[in-house]
Design a protein around this ligand. Structure first.
Ligand SMILES: *Cc1c(COP(=O)(O)O)cnc(C)c1O
Length: 455
């Protein structure tokens, strides 16, 4: 399907038969589906041939950029050699074993084991069960409750959507399931009031301690959060937050789970997000950047404390997916990690393009409708504001975000909006001039919002 005539039919075919995730289907069928046909570096092309700078790396995942032939070749080699075999009942395949070794090599000497899944959502379901199995094996069968955060995102399966703190997701399907509760998020700009960011970070972390007291320490298995909350709006916590969370989890003897699905594999300028913030989780689900999205694969990194119990006390974990550790997906991930290592992309984000990106984005703080820019590595949240001086937000925050996002799209830049925060998460290979291009288009989108006359 490459000719433009065949593409022109695809929108109608899609509308007739395809129910989309996270899309207003009624609206989509009226406006038509966007059809993306090709990608190269940080750019994607639609069916009409229009070029876009993908400021979002697909869905926070195409870390090495589009069009890397090395991955296609590794996948083809593995396809020809062995397209599938499973990892159940004591079997493995060469790329799967090597991938487990390579991932854990970056686990700081503590995260030495890995359980494979096909997605971040499945990784969430996996650690959720594992945490409960862990405590039961240690003779604490009541330690089953899991604490998560409002506005967090942990995927779309029943456990994932329940652990996530998105009200619009809970409303569909009678969620959350039992045994899950939520505390507040460290979103200083919107919720910090008169506190300094540092005071507010401590306050929000201490909500965890209060929730443990309320539920009873003997009933709590784990706390989960994203090092930087992604889909919730790239909420970067104040520096005081993570050390306090880690202290509380340790003191109250509950497992700390870092959802690394976005932050993992270089996005913050470290291999994993927890390394940026200086804490060590017991469990860490990953996906997205693990294969840069070239094929679906996820995993849970398991720290020594939990791995020892799973191996020696539990033995047989009655859990797994037909495609856990799929050899072709593992081959793609292995090649992806080789590229990240050999091209020094993590160090590049930490020392070079990350600081450049942050400094360039910070220049937008002079704009009338920008309240604050939060950037770490190559992820950023740009807070829109109706009045900068008082941190007053637009009366219809969703409309503000959508206005900027749509203007950017028209001008060839893919950005995402979560309410009134503009989110950016480009490929780790983005160049300085591509960062400049991105910010130029974004500034025009902000001008458009300023001139749109929203209150
Ligand atoms: C995307 C995401 C997930 C879910 O991953 P899927 O592969 O979409 O199932 C989980 N956690 C976080 C933080 C995510 O961003």
């Amino acid at each position: 399907m490459t000719s433009s005539t065949s593409h022109s039919n695809l929108g109608a075919i899609d509308a007739a038969h395809h129910l989309h995730p996270f899309s207003d289907m009624k609206q989509l069928n009226a406006t038509g589906t966007r059809i993306i046909t090709r990608g190269e570096g940080v750019y994607i092309f639609d069916a009409a041939g229009k070029k876009y700078l993908d400021g979002f790396a697909g869905l926070w995942c195409v870390n090495i950029g589009y069009g890397r032939r090395e991955i296609a070749e590794a996948v083809q080699r593995q396809m020809n050699e062995l397209p599938y075999y499973n990892t159940f009942f004591g079997t493995t395949t060469p790329p799967t074993a090597l991938l487990a070794q390579k991932i854990t090599a970056h686990g700081g000497g503590v995260l030495n084991h890995v359980f494979f899944t096909n997605s971040g959502s499945e990784a969430t379901d996996t650690w959720f069960r594992m945490a409960r199995v862990y405590w039961k094996a240690l003779g604490h069968p009541t330690k089953t409750q899991v604490i998560a955060r409002r506005n967090g995102y942990h995927g779309s399966t029943v456990a994932g959507a329940s652990l996530g703190g998105m009200r619009h997701m809970h409303e569909q399907g009678n969620l959350p399931i039992e045994g899950i509760s939520h505390i507040g998020q460290p979103y200083w700009y919107a919720e910090g009031g008169d506190l300094t960011p540092s005071e507010f970070g401590l306050k929000m972390a201490r909500e965890l301690e209060a929730k443990i007291d309320e539920l009873g320490e003997e009933n709590v298995a784990a706390f989960v959060a994203e090092p930087v909350q992604g889909a919730g709006g790239v909420i970067v916590p104040p520096d005081s937050y993570w050390p306090e969370i880690a202290r509380i989890c340790k003191k109250r003897n509950i497992l700390l789970v870092a959802d690394e699905v976005i932050c993992g594999f270089g996005r913050l300028g470290t291999w994993f997000g927890h390394q940026h913030f200086g804490f060590v989780p017991d469990l860490a689900p990953v996906a997205k950047g693990l294969s840069s999205g070239y094929l679906p694969i996820g995993a849970v990194l398991v720290g020594d404390r939990v791995a020892r119990v799973m191996i020696e006390e539990v033995g047989d974990f009655n859990h797994g997916y037909t495609y856990s550790g799929h050899p072709v997906c593992a081959a793609a991930a292995l090649e992806n990690l080789r590229i990240i290592e050999e091209e020094g992309l993590v160090e590049r984000v930490r020392d070079d393009i990350g600081p450049y990106f942050a400094a360039a984005l910070k220049t937008l703080e002079d704009h009338e409708v920008v309240g604050q820019v939060d950037a770490v590595g190559l992820i950023a949240g740009i807070q829109l504001a109706a009045d900068k001086a008082t941190r007053r937000r637009f009366q219809k925050p969703d409309d503000a975000g959508v206005a900027v996002r749509n203007h950017c799209l028209q001008n060839g830049l893919v950005m995402r909006a979560t309410s009134d925060r503009m989110l950016a998460s480009p490929a780790l290979v983005i160049s300085r001039s591509e960062v400049d291009e991105m910010i130029g288009i974004l500034r025009k989108g902000l001008d458009h919002l300023r001139d749109a006359g929203l209150a």
